[in-house]
Ligand binder design. Structure first.
Ligand code: ADP
Length: 255
């Protein structure tokens, strides 16, 4: 069985079939992209995978374990991390603190010092050091050292996006769901982001599911692509093959 497998996923809202019989397999360390016009069901797939919605039908399986019916928190602990289309970082907290929040799912003791009341102080302190070391590695990797103690709210957009990726990475995920990470970026920033995402895949050994509009980025980054329209699959396969499909061309040109 594939590392990550989605099979016959369905969900309707009222009469609208937002996701209509979607299936795909993703191999470990692949970058798998989902494309399609607005309203085609891409974000709904992410909401299903991360447990925000429960499918009417279908399976979502990570390393042989079905995720359907688990809470979003449990799914995150199983190793599926998510970033959002609109940045949801804590603007009035530092880069370091935002990344430490990404570690909270691995903390037995809670982030606000509960351990000092219930556990041994030294154990809590040791855990804290271990978490900080993991976050420091991410800060180094993403070249955020110079801004590590700055408030996120004051950072340039591209840097905030990196912090967002960093926070997801701090969860030590097996799978990262990236929802339009290049939204609002210029061409140069998109090129940089493409390199960052590939480096993250290679260095942290994560599997990446990506929702993206920018066709250049899709072509440059994806191992495989699923193209959707109105909840259904148009085609899935290698990026070049998907890009040449007449229905994809039509959907993208908006004819
Ligand atoms: P995309 O991400 O491809 O732009 P979405 O997954 O956001 O598309 O939406 C697919 C369709 O499902 C849209 O028609 C949207 O309005 C609808 N939809 C998504 N979530 C809900 C919801 N919670 N309630 C009602 N309709 C929804």
């Amino acid at each position: 069985m594939a590392f990550f497998n989605v099979a016959h996923l369905h969900i309707s809202f009222g009469g609208l079939k937002a996701v209509n019989n979607i299936s795909f397999d993703v191999q470990r360390n692949e970058i798998f992209s989902i494309i399609g016009p607005n309203g085609s069901g891409k974000t709904t797939i992410f909401n299903l995978i991360s447990g925000i919605y429960r499918p009417d039908e279908g399976r979502i399986v990570l390393e042989g374990e079905n995720m359907v019916g688990k809470t979003p928190d449990r799914i995150a602990r199983k190793g599926i991390a998510r970033t959002f289309q609109n940045i949801e970082l804590f603007a009035n907290a530092t880069v370091m603190d935002n990344l430490m929040l990404g570690r909270h799912i691995h903390m037995r003791t809670g982030i606000f010092g509960g351990a000092f009341m219930f556990g041994s102080r030294s154990r809590a302190a040791r855990e804290e050091v271990a978490h900080r070391e993991k976050v420091e590695r991410i800060i180094d990797f993403l070249e955020l050292q110079s801004v590590r103690d700055q408030f996120v709210g004051g950072l340039a957009y591209g840097k905030r996006k990196l912090v967002e990726l960093g926070r997801a990475l701090a969860m030590e995920p097996k799978v990262m769901l990236l929802d339009e990470p290049s939204a609002g970026m210029n061409t140069e920033e998109k090129d940089d982001l493409t390199i960052w995402i590939k480096d993250i895949r290679d260095d942290f050994q994560v599997t990446i599911l990506l929702i993206e509009h920018d066709m250049n980025m899709i072509m440059g980054i994806s191992d495989r692509v699923l193209a959707m329209n109105q909840g259904r699959e148009i085609i899935q396969g290698a990026p070049g093959e998907v890009q040449r499909h007449p229905e994809v061309i039509k959907a993208y040109l908006g004819e």
